[in-house]
Design a protein around this ligand. Structure first.
Ligand code: ME8
Length: 515
């Protein structure tokens, strides 16, 4: 059943380092889904932001000799800037240091305390003094700190705990009753098998003696809230939970909560339980994508193998970067990043297939019809190419319903290949030599133009810049929202105004400026 509104969330990113292609990937996926839903005419709210509290952040700021808030103020805008450069159209950017967010966290804590779902108790863990971090026994490596490998000491402190265990049976039942709740399926199975062991209650505070950078716990001046408990609540505070009920009711439950597989347990266990305890419905889908790896290792600052999205965008352009990430892997699987593969995709799919198709069409129209679509009777649906083009609308819809933008793109690019084959078969340059074939030549170009218009409309969610360029050159407007297939089953291409050939869409890499 189609809903009128959509709510899409990305994780909120830590501000202890600059964004890399892993972060870019998550937000490109969110943006693609958001654009697609908007295209279907659905009121869509896509929220992203930065996660600014916690030990990592405090430590990084200290190393830089900065106050943590001042450091967050410095790094948070670098995420916004990246989203701008990548054409990410989010609706709201949340920062967990914003006052209203802190207020919502406190509102929730008070509510859960009143319900008896939070209780004080003693927390025992293994503490690494240089890293200023508590670890559980399971996290230790050979009994030492997993981060710096130094000795740890067993420490106990008074803290507050959230009763995860109380809701374990409910969660198992919920996941079993809602097969689409955790996607892909293998992640759902992973969570169900994890839930076979008893869940421990979650320690949701940290003593200020060790960590002061966090939201102060409402009932105690000696504690701050555990960063994950604070961060997850952004999905509610960002749409007005307990502060703007009307807005909250408009958008909740979230339709897609996109995350990387590294934060699956937080989202598939803590999060639905927190919601249940607040009597709030779980999201429709937690969609966990895989990791981008470089030479077999997860890309991360610690591994020192970070790929900077801005460098790639400078060389290949935004659409090529988006295309590569969306096309190379199916959501859920890991992807091995290599610039060589990106170059290959750029050259074969974008420059040789899509770019060339546009160039051939626009050049032939210029040469044979002075750049204006000729007025000729054409049976659009009589052509196999257009039949395939129309079917592609359904293929894209089906793929997006299965959270598979890769398959959607591959359906669109199949038509691009067919359109290039159509040019080869029809040989307009041969038709042009024979005056008697003029009508046929005109029909071939109308069909090609029509096909390109459809391709551009279909590509809007994936390659927004190139799609806009093609539509602008064809002088086609008003294609931003198409709720029903029937709405576009009419000719798009215009015969009353000329088209512009424009610059090459995807210049050969050896001709591109790289500065
Ligand atoms: O975990 N490949 O923030 P974070 C693919 N603040 N995606 C990657 C990636 C990689 N190599 N590296 C990072 C946090 N990501 C918390 C989240 S949410 C309430 C709090 C992406 O800055 C992926 O989406 O470490 C992953 O889940 C997220 O960045 C982690 O970002």
């Amino acid at each position: 059943m189609s809903r009128q509104t959509r709510y899409i969330t990305s994780p909120i990113y830590y501000v202890n380092a600059k964004p890399h292609i892993g972060h870019a990937y998550t937000n490109i996926l969110c943006d693609t889904f958001s654009r697609y839903y908007r295209f279907l005419g659905e009121k869509t709210f896509f929220i992203t932001g930065t996660d600014e509290h916690g030990a990592k952040m405090e430590k990084t700021a200290k190393e830089k000799n900065m106050d943590p808030k001042a450091y967050a103020d410095l790094i948070s805008p670098t995420f916004k800037e990246l989203w701008r450069l990548l054409g990410i159209r989010y609706d709201y950017f949340i920062r967990t240091t914003d006052d209203y967010h802190k207020q919502v966290v406190c509102n929730i804590l008070k509510r859960l305390e009143a319900k008896g779902d939070i209780y004080p108790s003693s927390y025992t863990g293994w503490y690494c003094v240089p890293c200023e971090t508590f670890w559980t026994k399971l996290q230790l490596i050979d009994g030492k700190c997993p981060e710096c490998r130094r000795e740890v000491q067993e420490l106990s402190e008074d803290n507050y705990f959230f009763r995860l265990s109380k809701y374990q049976d409910w969660l198992i039942q919920y996941i079993e009753d809602h097969p689409a709740f955790i996607r892909p399926d293998f992640r759902r199975n992973e969570i169900l098998s994890f839930l076979k062991q008893p869940l421990e209650d979650l320690c949701i505070t940290r003593s200020k003696k060790r960590l002061s950078w966090g939201i102060e716990y409402p009932n105690s001046k000696d504690h701050v809230v555990y960063v994950w408990f604070d961060a997850l609540i952004n999905y509610l505070s960002g749409i007005g939970y307990t502060t703007d009920e009307k807005k909250f009711e408009t958008y909740w439950p979230a339709d897609i909560q996109l995350i990387g597989k590294d934060i699956l347990r937080h989202h598939a266990i803590y999060w639905p339980i927190m919601l249940k305890a607040c009597d709030v419905e779980p999201p429709v889908v937690i969609l966990a994508h895989g990791w981008w790896t470089v030479s077999g290792a997860k890309m991360s600052k610690t591994a020192g193998n970070v790929v900077d999205p801005l460098e790639l965008v400078k060389i290949y352009g935004v659409d090529a970067f988006r295309y590569f990430l969306l096309r190379e892997v199916t959501v859920g699987h890991d992807g091995a990043f290599s610039e060589e593969l990106l170059k290959e995709r750029y050259t074969s799919d974008l420059a040789n297939d899509l770019g060339n198709l546009w160039f051939r069409f626009a050049s032939m129209l210029g040469k044979y019809f002075h750049g204006t679509i000729p007025k000729v009777p054409v049976k659009i649906m009589g052509s196999k190419l257009m039949q395939e083009t129309f079917l592609t609308w359904d293929r894209v819809r089906e793929s997006m319903e299965c959270y598979d933008p890769r398959e959607a793109l591959s359906a669109i690019f199949r038509v691009i290949t067919l359109a290039n084959q159509y040019v080869e078969e029809q040989k307009p340059w041969v038709l042009a030599k024979d005056k008697k074939q003029n009508e046929k030549l005109a029909q071939v170009l109308v069909i090609l133009g029509e096909c390109l218009a459809h391709l551009a409309v279909l590509l809007q969610s994936f390659l927004p810049d190139s799609s806009k360029k093609i539509l602008d050159r064809l002088k086609i407007t008003g294609m931003e929202i198409i709720p029903h297939k029937e709405d576009f089953e009419k000719r798009m291409i215009r015969t009353d105004t000329g088209i512009e050939r424009g610059e090459v869409l995807f210049p050969r890499l050896d001709e591109k400026k790289t500065d």
